[in-house]
Design a protein around this ligand. Structure first.
Ligand code: HEC
Length: 287
């Protein structure tokens, strides 16, 4: 693996207090105005690198672990998720489940994305304590191992590879969640008066080097869904869509929502619902 490329990519990731910017206006001297489709050298380099990496996607390691954990009897109640957990397709069934979430689950009386649902199963069926899972829900920090929940989500997502996203928006509960998610995405507050849409509500926005998908359109929303859960080059960690949401609340200078909360599920309903009908390619690689 080419270390130079990796460190260059790491250096590109900017998480500071930059404001969203549209690409610089072309100077009068410039021969042609840069278009939003024109890719900068770093993006091209990254795409080349990703194509190589995807031949042996590091996400596979996490998928394999998650697969094993799904089948293994665990927790105080010593049962497996395969024999107890319904992701909406019947107990233990994982094929196509990821692309059909978030959905409404009557047993929990809640709209749940895949991660939230698996956490619910771990608590209700296997007897794990929610607070223990929520203590370190994502990879990173001093103990850099991936938590079980990340492996499980990655494995479940793999079983929806190349399937069409089909959030059941005709279910009134899901529709309500979608509408609330839409409001959250547009809600401006915090020290900079940002909303999600400040950075993700128009085409062609970027923060320094990074293109920001417009999550309000189908084409943009799929970009926000594709590749999650993803192996993130920055830090070499496997992260879920829930993590991405939490980290963008941080970008927005909002307090982070509670892990596996309504707010995150509603946002994911809005965003994933906007990507309905498009093909999900499975866990990926992110810079
Ligand atoms: C201050 C600007 C800013 C705000 C506000 C913001 N984000 Fe982001 N968002 C970013 C940046 C920067 C990235 C990283 C882009 C990259 O890595 O290519 C990102 C990435 C994402 C991605 C992943 C895109 C991809 O290509 O995989 C999603 C999804 C997302 N944000 C959703 C949200 C949501 C939902 C909110 C509101 C809670 C939000 N963002 C608020 C700046 C912002």
């Amino acid at each position: 693996m080419n270390r130079n490329i990796i460190s260059a990519l790491c250096a590109l990731t900017v998480m500071g207090g930059a404001f969203a910017q549209t690409p610089k206006k072309p100077s009068t001297k410039a021969a042609a105005a840069p278009t939003i489709e024109e890719k900068d050298a770093a993006t091209l380099e990254f795409e080349k690198f990703r194509a190589e990496m995807e031949e042996s996607n590091p996400a596979e390691l996490f998928e394999m672990k998650g697969q094993e954990q799904w089948k293994t009897k665990r927790g105080p109640k010593n049962v497996s998720l395969a024999e107890t957990c319904d992701l909406g397709q019947g107990i233990g069934k994982v094929d196509g489940a990821y692309v059909k979430m978030p959905r409404y689950f009557a047993d929990a009386d809640a709209v749940m994305d895949a991660e939230r649902r698996i956490v619910w199963c771990m608590v209700e069926k296997q007897g794990f304590k929610f607070d223990d899972i929520a203590k370190k829900p994502f990879q990173g920090g001093n103990d850099n191992s991936a938590p079980d929940i990340t492996n499980l989500v990655t494995s479940v997502a793999t079983h929806s590879r190349n399937m069409k996203i089909a959030v059941p928006l005709d279910d009134p509960k899901v529709r309500d969640a979608y509408e609330v998610g839409k409001e959250i995405a547009a809600y401006r507050a915090g020290p900079y008066d940002f909303s999600c849409n400040t950075c993700h509500g128009a085409d062609g926005k970027r923060i320094r080097m990074q293109n920001l998908p417009n999550l309000t359109t189908p084409q943009g929303a799929i970009k926000g869904v594709q590749g999650w859960p993803g192996y993130r080059m920055t830090g070499g960690v496997m992260l879920t869509h829930q993590w991405r949401m939490g980290d963008c609340f941080r970008q927005q200078r909002f307090p982070q929502p509670k892990y596996a909360s309504d707010a995150v599920a509603y946002l994911l309903t809005y965003m994933t619902g906007n990507a309905n009908g498009q093909v999900y390619k499975g866990p990926g690689i992110k810079r």
